[in-house]
Every structure is written in C-alpha cells, then in structure tokens.
Design a protein around this ligand. Structure first.
Ligand SMILES: *Cc1c(COP(=O)(O)O)cnc(C)c1O
Length: 373
C-alpha cells in the first residue's frame, strides 16, 4: 500500500515546532480515530448530539455546560456574537446587516491583541464586535482594564497564550473580578493551554480551547462555560456559526479526546528533558552551536531545547539555516520565533528519539557542508 505521502507526492515532515496549524497540529490516538469513525458511520439528531456531548464534557470538567465547535477561532467569533446578540432573534439573523445599537465593544488588554496565525481582531469582527484595547503594549493592570469598560462593552476578552505579552499583565482571576464588578461577561481564549478547568474556576464565563492542540483531538474547538452563555453560543449555529459548522465526527472525536486527555498520564517536562539530553550533548559538540534546556515562557510544564547559533562561526544566518532545514527531505520545522536573535527552539513532544537523531544529523551535515564548501 502506498503511503499518503507517495500517493499525492507530499513532503514528509518532522514537526519539532509544537502544535502548529501549518503542519497539521497533532496526530490523535487510536481511540479518537475510532470515535471519529463512529461519528462518520451513523446518523444522529444533531441537537441531541450537541447537547448530550456538551453536558458530558461539562460533567467531566466540572463546569455548567460545554459545546464543541469547529475550531478555537470559530469559538472566539461565536462567543463574541453570543454576548452581543444574546437571546435576540432579530440580531441572530441580522448581526452584520446594520450598525449595532446594542453593546458590542470587546475590551482586551493591548498586549493580548496578537496574531496567532490569524489576528484575534479578525475573529472579534466576524462575531460583530469592535475591539477596544486596554492598557499599553507593555502593561495592563486591573485598573487599566476597568478604565476601558463602558456602557457599550459587551464583554472582556482575555487571551491566555505564550503569544501575548506576559510582563505587567493582569491574571485571569483579576480580569474576572473586573468583569464581575462591571456586570459584563469574561471570555478567555485558552486555545493552546493544557488546563481545561483553571480559567473557568478563576471566574471566566466562556473559555475556548483548540481541539487538536493540547487535547489532541480532531480539528475542532471546545467552548466551556456558564449555562446561560453556552446557550447563547449554541444559538449562533443558526447565525454566523453556520459558516463554521462542526460535523458529527468532530463532535464525537473531541468528546472522546477530552476523556482520553483527562485519563492519560501527562508527559512531564522532566521526561521531555530526559528525551532531549543526548540530543543537547550531540549539538554541543558542533562548532558554533550551543544548546540547553529552556522552559515554556507561558509557564506550562513544557521543556524545549534552545539552540543558540554563533552566526559568524557557522557562516550563515539562523534564518538561512532554519530555511534550509525546512527545504530538506524530510522537511524539518523548528520553532523560529527567535530566529532574529540567533535562537531556534525544538519542541520534542511530537518528535521521537530517533527523529531527534535525524534532526541532529541534518543540522550537522548542513554545518559541516558549509565548512568544507
Ligand atoms: C491556536 C490558537 C487559536 C486558534 O485555534 P484554532 O483551533 O486553530 O482556530 C486562537 N488563539 C490562540 C491563542 C491560539 O494559540
């Protein structure tokens, strides 16, 4: 049997960059694949499927209600639409057909106005919201957040992510206190986060996760929250949500993935360190290369290998090396966020020990080739 790579002439990939949308995010386990298959092979009353799986997930997570959506971005857009339209039938049908007279400003800390692969602001606009930034690029206190809340505010949006500015920014619990004080809902985008309970417990009304990232489900998203707010989000399946429809396979696949995720023994950062230790030792044997363990900047229990390249010694830029590895066969993808500082990071979660060795050989041959050439 030919592989899917051969059949379509696709390039094999080693993913050392983490849960990246541009590489297909993650590879769900057998139980999830089976649940997706079950979904594809049967008919359901879809409302029944949506309600029962949502209640089931909510039971597992200890929140009031939950809903599977097509991805976290869709979760943001539909949550924004939900807090604007609420129970209003006319607004459900006419969210974008006339200027809104109901509150539709979405207040978010300026340091959270990020591009996660697409801009947060685009998802807010899809949901009918108008983004209002609070604080500054380098700071947002509870008082600065509160100062941006007015009678036109529909919700506060908090992005819990490594993409965001971390320093001098308030916590989810502090944002929840501001939201409560002003009587507006708090939406938390925790798309890539690993804790499925903390932000709801900290007081968020809606929390959004990406189904294929930490949870390792199929392409999907999860919205958990208070019963009233989730009911508003569900209504959007007859509004903007229809353009982001999630299928029965995604709903059952993600529900199963959440079950598996909660049961599985989590791979600890310490185990990641153990896996990468021989790799780091090998890299440190290369001229112009320094490798070490670094911990996730957003505080998750994830260890990565940081490779610092002495560009003068290796005779090329970090960006050029990263590009050459992407163009190789198999294509090798690192985390390149700091390539401009001469640093690349290796996320070992989706990489086997053998693949780490392949990675080392690819780097060594590129660097040695350069020296001899
Ligand atoms: C990945 C990500 C998203 C988007 O998730 P999708 O499921 O791919 O739509 C949104 N916000 C943040 C912070 C992310 O990391």
């Amino acid at each position: 049997m030919t592989s899917v790579y051969e059949h379509y002439g696709l390039k094999p990939v080693i993913n050392a960059s983490g849960r990246m949308t541009i590489l297909g995010v993650s590879t769900p386990g057998a139980a999830v694949v089976e649940a997706v298959n079950d979904g594809l092979s049967h008919y359901f009353e879809m409302k029944d499927l949506v309600d029962k799986t949502g209640a089931y997930i909510a039971g597992l997570l200890g929140c009031e209600d939950a809903l599977v959506v097509s991805c976290a971005s869709a979760g943001i857009a539909q949550s924004v639409a939900a807090v604007i339209a609420r129970d209003d039938d006319w607004l459900l049908d006419n969210l974008h057909s006339a200027p809104l007279s109901v509150p539709h400003e979405i207040v978010l800390p300026k340091g959270h106005n990020v591009n996660f692969g697409a801009p947060v602001g685009t998802m807010v606009a899809l949901g009918g919201g108008r983004l209002v930034e609070a604080g500054y690029a380098n700071e947002c206190s509870p008082a600065q957040l509160a100062a941006a809340v007015t009678a036109s505010t529909a919700a506060i949006l908090y992005i819990k992510s490594h993409h965001c500015v971390q320093k001098s920014h308030l916590s989810v619990a502090q944002a929840a206190a501001v939201a409560r004080e002003h009587g507006v809902p708090l939406i938390v985008d925790a798309a890539a986060e690993e804790d499925l309970q903390a932000y709801y417990a900290a007081g968020a009304d809606l929390v959004i996760y990406s189904g294929a990232k930490a949870i390792e489900g199929p392409t999907s998203g999860l919205v958990v929250g208070r019963q009233r707010h989730i009911a508003w989000v569900k209504r959007q399946s007859q509004g903007i949500g229809r353009a982001m429809k999630v299928g029965k396979e995604g709903i059952l696949g993600l529900t199963r993935a959440v079950e598996e995720y909660l049961q599985q023994e989590k791979v600890s950062g310490a185990a990641m360190v153990e896996k990468m230790t021989p790799f780091i030792a090998q890299l440190n044997g290369l001229h112009g290369v320094q490798a070490r363990v670094v911990w996730d900047s957003a505080g998750r229990d994830i260890a990565r290998t940081e490779i610092h390249l002495d560009e003068a010694a290796i005779g090329r830029s970090t960006a050029a090396l990263v590009q050459a590895l992407k163009e190789g066969r198999p294509a090798i993808y690192f985390r390149g966020y700091k390539a401009n500082e001469g640093i690349v990071e290796v996320d070992v979660r989706s990489v086997s020990a053998e693949q780490l060795h392949t990675l080392y050989l690819a780097i060594a041959s590129l660097l040695t080739g350069e020296h001899q050439g």
